[in-house]
Design a protein around this ligand. Structure first.
Ligand SMILES: *Cc1c(COP(=O)(O)O)cnc(C)c1O
Length: 452
């Protein structure tokens, strides 16, 4: 019998779920434990999980498990359900499309929703130049394709990624990703012609943006050479690497150097895109216009969809048939994306992200003023993090971050960790969360900090 069949009542998600933190068992409860035991038997241990529950419904600002526990969601499934889980407009769009047709393969028989998603992304991404968009299934696949397109356009091969970068788990994107454990260790050999440059990490390098850019560009010129370089790829705010916000001027200097040197500037906005950072795309917040933008996480509110959007002349570099994939731009995912994009644009989600930023910063800065283990509070919009260190030093304290996250989860609040050193706790609430619930979640974080 399935877990949902074992539940006393049929449960559906969305914003009508009671918006409260409520624990009926210790975590994990018995039904969750049952599922986790089945998982351990059926799913390889390489596929981990951080919140030990069997999720059965979610919406607004909560996730419900099979045992009836209601968690405050400060993770949005890693910045995916930004409009809210099971948002009614997304549910309706998906239901309508799934009953019409589920798949034709866009490369066989095109359909309107794919084209409409492309038009929307061409309009919404930074810059007024002519743009085109190709759709894929995952963030990693979008990054792979952005690199293919940049290489074809420039006729060059080298790609520069940065310290603390995260771009995915496929072979090429593992090579682009910085952190060995857990993303790369033992999985080589990795794709060739990938080089790594130092990023801007104001808390740790103390450099202003222009100096950090000079350092990176000098290394690129000496160790790679612009004449060999197809693209540089960077997350405008580094996500898995620790919500690192570069110093002012760093990104514009890199973009200017790329323009002068026939190098494609790829902004990986897979995590920062779609209102998350307090603007539709984080690039706009830094005043830059990338040549190519990769998107995924927030794009289709949980359905698998990703995109590469960019300058038409670069996007058109590939011969016909060179880009695509069986499922890329699946019609159900496109229907979800069109509904989600409508919510981003018309339900004030950018303003909501700015409000959430104010709450997160005021609460977390207040915590930091009382606790020397919080070395830094940083981020933009509804992506804000605290970096934990040993008191009075800048030595990363990953054990503390893990203990805080565990304590929060045990108390009914889903928080995620990140960071090259694993010492960062990140807050990525859905923008559908209410102020009260957000404050309650942060109360729990403060309590955990106080008791550990
Ligand atoms: C999550 C992420 C990816 C990979 O996306 P998947 O959909 O997991 O393949 C790539 N880049 C960034 C910045 C991400 O945050």
């Amino acid at each position: 019998m399935s877990i949902t069949n074992a539940l006393p009542v049929a449960i559906s998600g969305g914003p009508d779920l009671p918006q409260r933190r409520h624990l009926t068992t210790v975590i994990p409860g018995p039904l969750s434990q049952e599922l986790l035991a089945r998982k351990a038997e059926a799913v390889p241990s390489g596929v981990g999980h951080t919140v030990p529950i069997a999720a059965v419904a979610a919406g607004g600002g909560v996730v419900i498990d099979a045992d009836g526990n209601s968690f405050i969601d400060l993770g949005s499934g890693i910045a995916v359900t930004t409009v809210g889980n099971a948002h009614p407009a997304v549910v309706a769009a998906v239901q309508e499309q799934v009953a019409r047709f589920t798949h034709t393969c866009f490369m066989i028989s095109p359909y309107e929703s794919y084209v409409a998603v492309a038009e929307a992304l061409n309009r919404l991404t930074p810059g007024q130049h002519p743009k085109k968009t190709a759709l894929f299934n995952s963030g990693a696949e979008a990054v792979e394709n952005a690199v293919k397109i940049a290489r074809k356009h420039t006729g060059k091969q080298a790609v520069v990624a940065f310290d603390n970068a995260y771009h995915g788990r496929t072979n090429l994107t593992m090579a682009l990703t910085a952190k060995s454990m857990p993303y790369k260790s033992g999985f080589g050999p990795f794709a060739g012609e990938i080089y790594r440059a130092p990023t801007s990490y104001p808390y740790r390098d103390g450099l202003g943006g222009p100096d950090a850019a000079k350092r990176a560009i000098s290394l690129i010129e000496k160790q790679v050479g612009a004449e060999n370089l197809a693209a540089i790829i960077i997350e405008p705010i580094q996500g898995e690497g620790g919500f690192i916000v570069p110093a002012d001027g760093f990104l514009p200097a890199l973009v200017a150097w790329c323009r002068e040197n026939d190098v494609v500037f790829i902004a990986d906005e897979v995590q920062t895109g779609f209102a998350r950072s307090g603007s539709m795309f984080a690039s706009s917040g830094f005043g830059i216009v990338p040549d190519l933008v990769t998107t995924a996480k927030g794009l289709a509110a949980g359905l698998p969809l990703a995109a590469v959007t960019g300058r038409a002349e670069i996007m058109d570099a590939s011969h016909s048939g060179g880009l695509g994939g069986t499922y890329g731009g699946n019609p159900i995912a496109c229907a979800a994306a069109l509904a989600a994009i409508d919510v981003y644009e018309n339900d004030g989600l950018i303003e909501r992200a700015v409000d959430v930023e104010k709450i997160l910063f005021s609460r977390l800065e207040e915590l930091r003023s009382r606790d020397a283990r919080i070395g830094d509070v940083r981020g933009r919009g509804a992506m804000v993090a605290i970096e934990l260190v040993h008191s009075g030093t800048s030595e990363p304290d990953s054990a503390l971050a893990a203990a805080i996250a565990r304590a929060c989860i045990a108390a009914g609040v889903i928080v995620l960790t990140c960071g090259t050193y694993g010492n960062v706790i990140r807050f990525l609430p859905p923008l559908s969360i209410g102020d009260e619930l957000l404050h309650e979640g942060l109360d729990v974080v403060a309590e955990a900090m106080a008791t550990i």
